[in-house]
Design a protein. Structure first.
Lengths: 510, 500
């Protein structure tokens, strides 16, 4: 964060500046845990297992003497994919460095990371900002191993090394965000991208996505632009926390500036931690700021070289980015921007679900209505993920196909849907849909004497004379009240059929 | 055309090859060979102190297993051969102390690849040998268990850091041993003890399970009484290991079939600087004599230069401590190893555990390395040293365009007395002047006996380009055949009256 302008050395005290004259300068460092089966430098299982401490370990994870790291190629490929998706320069040659410090959760006494030759160099990510699309610069992204976890309770400190050695990709942005909302939009966009790539589950509760925020404020004053000292707020593990921390820092830094007039210089960056209970940032030990990590190349690992062919092969494996998919499903299925957005932002499995429903029903709009309303509502009510949702995509698609074919009206379809929802997922095949419809006699009435008689009645009713004339003059929407009467008279009548029959009988300019 | 050399002449106690032929012919069992080793250790080790621990029961079990495999037709050259293992190589469930208080009670849950390969070949580990703490030293004096004695003269040091392994082989306690060489830790004790010691090309032998001192320099290698013994061990332990990223994937050549085949047209490189000031006259004469022997065997002697080798010691003592300071950070008293009994804070836990657990030489090197890697000093020290290292490598590349091997002294003097250099670390560091550059360049080098001075052995060092072990071993064997230095045994044996 050296981009924020330096101001005059002489601090000037003053009152709180006006809101219009203040701009936040925000850069984010995101740590995403890669979804590999094994750890970054050993064959040890990398699953979370918080209830079985110190079971995901081996000689390397424990830092035993004589153990040696061996690079997990799957993790490396994932990091390259992240870089490609973020439009980064991909290094043709990168190496591993030891970042050295003492801490009980770091059994080797160093973390294997990448210092001066990260796997991914400069890139960018577009976000939706208030004034439209905004491009956020990516400084770099590198691979490193996670540390374990220290736990302090009742005067006893314990260490769980299950997380130690799991692969992280650290994505460092440029200080290009100028509000808490933009920081949140960036995180959401990044999370969506990583989950679509299948490289991380980005589960913030489990700590697989963590974030450090670098924030300060540019203030326009009568004697020129000034900048407050940068605060780095460490280890935020929720989007709300990021927003709240930035808002808190805004107040804190501006008050500090009003009181002391201190402006940014090379030596006054501070490190703070976020206290989610009190919703405040608190200063962290100054000792850490002064730490000398004594980085040097890890002699136990060989550098990695990447060929153009290898990079292109990985590019071919990236799949469709969420932003592209949003545009495509909007076009192919004629969806509103809003619906396409809801579907894409819910994550890749949900988008896959939607597309299968749309395909099977051959009706993207109807599929979108059901998926974004009924399915999303019931997912949250039942607390299910889409892959455990009771109604598989093919089954819902089949139901909607019969609705689109006019065999079933919407009300009947909702009955079938509710029935399916109460059954176990395994039972819910398309055949079940047909069986329920037959059992309950839900087939829409699309003809027969009863329907013909009801239509005759409606056309003969003098109260409808005006409406009939209006329809005949070409205003088809005036047929509505007649439809209502027919549908009321004949239970299960198919609205589409009724409308068509009425219009045909009335005839006229239409 | 050349004619193959006859087999090794008989020495006073059996070589690995002799033992192997006894065992495979059925005249000797592996259990009996292990028993004989154990008895010799029991008789002599009170004087020599080569071993830190032995486990007769476990050795006997390994030997019984070897006998079973021999009965089933195992053709391994090492089946049933006792081997001494330096105490910085892990064997599952055995102590691995690195001669440090820090690891006094540490038992690794896994076995080093080199040891695993020896076990798979039927070799029988008969004990763990003494070393300078964490392999840092040139005398085996920096051991928490006290110094090992040179079998040729118990008031003298056996060299180090693999002094226990060298002494064990010299005293006939084991025909072969494993050591590790970071700056000469196999070759220098081999020279001081009058045995053959080989540091292979960096990456030729997996480092998995070797307690790291300086990762970019460490290499495991054999001690033996003869060149053939060393070649046999290398044949078994060399080769790629998926557990060590720095192990080389080049196929392992046959080191043994052509070993006795003299090399026609061998070009022996000699570096004039090696015979400059600081070199003991008798050592110089013995090495010059060896070079003359090569000339008499038809080799061409070529003058080569290594202009940057004068910076070797300085370069080494920046790179090795830098890596050591990092590799030894894991010994923090938290997860395993020595933990201070009393501490009031996390910092104190670290300070006291490390303060109590490490000896002075280890502390000295950790401080040197920490300093060299510190912000503001990194460029001037570590980075500069890495650049000089590259120049030293380039010197060797150029020299090996003119010659096949370089012949040099191993040490400036014969074995020094225990305590003689203990208070002068710089003099101790400078005694590594001839051996260090091979580690910096990553090239193979071996030491073999080439004479005696006042009853103490003198070593000849042969260096070759990376992966030239087949030629290096054959060149060594050519010399060995014409001499009988390797058949001599220390007078220790006569004093005790124990015969193998």
């Amino acid at each position: 964060m050296s981009d924020a302008p330096h101001s005059a050395d002489q601090p000037s005290r003053g009152s709180l500046p006006d809101d219009r004259d203040i701009e936040a300068v925000i850069g984010l460092e995101v740590h995403a845990q890669l979804a590999t089966r094994t750890k970054l430098f050993s064959g040890c299982a990398a699953d979370f297992a918080p209830d079985e401490p110190n079971t995901r370990t081996d000689p390397l994870v424990l830092g035993l003497p004589g153990s040696l790291p061996v690079l997990n190629a799957a993790a490396f490929r994932m990091a390259v994919k992240v870089g490609l998706a973020l439009n980064c320069e991909i290094a043709r040659f990168c190496k591993w460095d030891r970042k050295q410090y003492y801490y009980p959760d770091l059994p080797k006494g160093y973390q294997i990371s990448q210092y001066d030759l990260p796997v991914c160099g400069e890139g960018w990510l577009d976000i939706d900002a208030e004034e439209g699309v905004k491009r956020i610069g990516i400084t770099r992204a590198h691979l490193e191993e996670d540390a374990g976890k220290n736990m302090h309770a009742g005067g006893v400190s314990k260490v769980d090394l299950n997380r130690a050695g799991t692969p992280l990709v650290e994505i460092v942005s440029e200080p290009d965000m100028s509000s808490a909302a933009e920081a949140k939009a960036y995180l959401e966009r990044l999370k969506l991208l990583l989950t679509y790539l299948g490289v991380s589950d980005c589960n913030m509760q489990e700590g697989s996505l963590r974030c450090d925020v670098n924030v300060n404020f540019k203030i326009s004053t009568a004697d020129g632009a000034k900048a407050t000292p940068i605060a780095e707020v460490k280890n935020l593990n929720s989007f709300r926390g990021v927003e709240a921390a930035i808002e808190f820092e805004r107040t804190r830094q501006l008050e500090e500036f009003a009181r002391t007039g201190e402006t940014l210089n090379a030596g006054n960056k501070t490190t703070r931690g976020w206290d989610p209970d009190r919703q405040v940032t608190v200063p962290q030990r100054t000792k850490e700021e002064a730490a000398d990590y004594r980085y040097f190349p890890d002699p136990d690992l060989v550098p990695v070289t990447l060929t153009e062919e290898a990079i292109e092969a990985l590019r071919g494996e990236l799949g469709e980015f969420p932003a592209d998919r949003r545009v495509r499903i909007g076009e192919v299925w004629e969806l509103s921007d809003y619906d396409a957005g809801v579907i894409i932002e819910r994550g890749k499995p949900f988008a896959d679900y939607y597309e299968e429903v749309a395909q099977t029903a051959d009706d993207g709009k109807r599929a979108a209505n059901w998926c974004t309303q009924d399915v999303l509502r019931d997912l949250s009510e039942l607390n299910h993920e889409i892959d455990t949702f009771p109604i598989p995509a093919g089954t819902l698609g089949h139901l909607l196909k019969r609705v689109s074919a006019g065999e079933l009206n919407t009300k009947a379809a909702r009955d079938v849907y509710a029935d399916l929802l109460s059954r176990p997922r395994g039972q819910n095949t398309p055949e079940t849909v047909d069986a329920i419809i037959d059992e309950r006699g839900l087939i829409a009435v699309t003809g027969g004497a009863e329907l013909e008689a009801a239509i005759d009645d409606a056309l003969a009713n003098p109260k409808n004379a005006v409406a009939i004339e209006t329809v005949r003059d070409g205003k088809q929407q005036a047929v509505g009240p007649l439809m209502g009467q027919v549908l009321k008279a004949v239970s299960g009548a198919d609205p589409k059929t009724v409308r068509a029959m009425l219009l045909e009988r009335i005839g006229g300019a239409g | 055309m050349t004619t193959p050399l006859p087999p090794d002449p008989a020495s006073s106690y059996p070589t690995a090859a002799e033992l192997s032929s006894e065992i495979r012919s059925g005249r000797l069992t592996a259990v009996a060979a292990a028993q004989a080793s154990a008895e010799r250790i029991a008789a002599l080790d009170g004087t020599v102190r080569a071993f830190l621990h032995t486990d007769a029961e476990r050795s006997a079990a390994w030997a019984a297993d070897a006998d079973r495999r021999i009965a089933e037709g195992s053709q391994s050259d090492l089946a049933g051969i006792p081997v001494a293992i330096k105490d910085n190589l892990c064997i599952e469930g055995e102590p691995c102390t690195c001669a440090s208080r820090m690891l006094e009670n540490f038992r690794p849950p896994y076995t080093a690849t080199a040891v695993r390969r020896l076990l798979d070949a039927g070799a029988v580990p008969i004990g763990r040998t003494n070393l300078d703490e964490f392999a840092m030293g040139s005398s085996t004096e920096n051991s928490v268990a006290g110094p090992t004695r040179n079998p040729w003269d118990p008031v003298r040091a056996p060299g180090g850091s693999s002094g226990g392994s060298a002494a064990a082989v010299a005293a006939g306690m084991a025909p072969i041993a494993l050591g590790s060489d970071t700056g000469g830790s196999i070759r220098q004790p081999a020279a001081f003890c009058g045995v053959v010691g080989l540091k292979p090309t960096y990456g030729r032998v997996s480092r998995y399970g070797l307690v790291a001192f300086a990762s970019s320099l460490d290499q495991i290698g054999p001690f033996a009484r003869t060149v053939r013994g060393a070649a046999t061990v290398l044949q078994t332990i060399a080769g790629h290991d998926p557990l060590d990223s720095t192990s080389l994937s080049d196929p392992v050549p046959d080191y043994l079939t052509d070993l006795d085949e003299p090399l026609a047209g061998l070009r022996v490189g000699v570096v004039a600087d090696h015979f400059d000031v600081g070199l003991d006259k008798e050592v110089a004469d013995a090495v010059q004599g060896a070079i003359e022997t090569y000339r008499s065997l038809g080799a061409e002697v070529v003058n080569v230069t290594l202009p940057h080798s004068k910076y070797s010691v300085a370069t080494y003592y920046l790179i090795a401590p830098s890596e050591a300071s990092s590799n030894l950070a894991r010994y923090d008293g938290v997860h395993y190893g020595h933990r201070a009994k009393k501490f009031g804070s996390l910092e104190e836990l670290y300070e006291r555990s490390r303060g109590e657990g490490f000896g002075n030489e280890v502390k000295r090197r950790i401080m040197l390395g920490t300093y060299a890697l510190s912000s503001g000093y990194y460029d001037a020290f570590y980075l500069k040293a890495m650049k000089v290292r590259r120049l030293i490598q380039q010197d060797y590349d150029a020299a090996f365009e003119q010659c096949d091997v370089i012949a040099s002294p191993v040490t400036p003097t014969t074995a020094f007395a225990i305590g003689e250099l203990a208070d002068d670390p710089l003099a101790m560091y400078l005694s590594d002047v001839y051996t260090i550059s091979a580690n910096l360049a990553g090239i193979p080098a071996l030491s073999l006996p080439c004479g005696f001075s006042k009853g103490l052995p003198i070593g000849l060092q042969l260096l070759g380009p990376a992966l030239s072990e087949p030629k290096l071993l054959r060149a060594a064997r050519m010399y060995e055949f014409t001499t009988d230095w390797h058949t001599r045994v220390p007078p220790l044996q006569d004093q005790t009256g124990v015969t193998p």
